[in-house]
Design a protein around this ligand. Sequence first.
Ligand code: OAD
Length: 334
Amino acid sequence: MSSNPSPPSNVSTIATLLRATPPPKIVALVGAGISTAANVPDFRSVQTGLYAKLAPLKLPYPEAIFDINFFKHTPEPFYAIARARKPRNLRPTLTHAFLALLAKKNLLHFIFTQNIDGLEEDAGVPASHILAAHGNWKSQRCYRCKKVYPDELMENAIETGEVPYCLDEGCRGVVKPDVVFFGQDLPKKFEEKEKTKLPEADIMLVLGTSLKVAPCSRLPRSVREGVPRVLVNLESAGDIGNRDGDVVALGQCDEVIRALNEELGWAEELDSLWQEAIAAKGRYKDKHGEQPSLDELIARCAEKIGPKPVTDGHRRMLEEHLDAKYAGILPGKV
Ligand code: OAD
């Protein structure tokens, strides 16, 4: 993995694409890498990603923490880390503000985001231009009877790390935020937007994603031949770079985006949009004292639940599910 800023020549190439006449329609696919600067670890970075930090929990494999079949009977690990991932005091990054700037300039046709933090909208991108492919952490309900669970009780559960259960005494199912877990369907709008927005793209902009999770990973592959695909990421991802016209700018998103905006003469406008978005974001007051670090939350959970025995049958079932997911044979599911 490289953290060098992108070579200026790539930034100039991207700037030229954005300056085209008539103005291009940009379709973006974004992932966890655009929010790491907001202090949310991504998933798969080898040293800093969430999955690398979960080792003390002795999960069958890291992604099980977000697998519906695992969560149903072992929700403790998810709730242990929820406090560190719930988007309450997060501030949009420069890259989020850039997406809002593209929208303001009528260049942003649509965004597919894999993130559940809602920071694109917080930065000022109109909701009509966003599909939160993996859901958005704004509500929660009982996994079993689907009854909505109150926000205040959920906040309390997240701050204390206690697993919330359905208030209906006859049910007592586990409460789950309305985000998409592995093994669950994506929002119905995903396929609709894939069919309508993707074919209209003049540029496919891919920011901060490893492109390892289907079906979002197929979006850059499905874009029309001849449409330039631009990747801004710390490392290469998917097959971007293999087609004529692809542009790969390796580096920190915010650094590449800043250099790009300087090249375009938009840097001041971008900065003022960013500052406005930060000022507009309210601050959430944690009622249970300062938030412990993610490592601390994980260590506490490991101590509390101890090693959870996982049967071989269960492990096999989950592994088969992941194999299928990576082979892309689970249409409509992550
Ligand atoms: P990943 O963690 O798989 O990939 C994040 C990518 O961003 C990696 O390639 C990093 O190198 C890169 N990156 C990290 N910080 C960056 C920075 N500051 N600037 C540029 N690049 C940076 O995250 P996603 O691809 O978003 O789903 O993961 C997709 C899905 O897998 C998630 O939505 C989540 C996860 O499991 C579910 O849980 C259902």
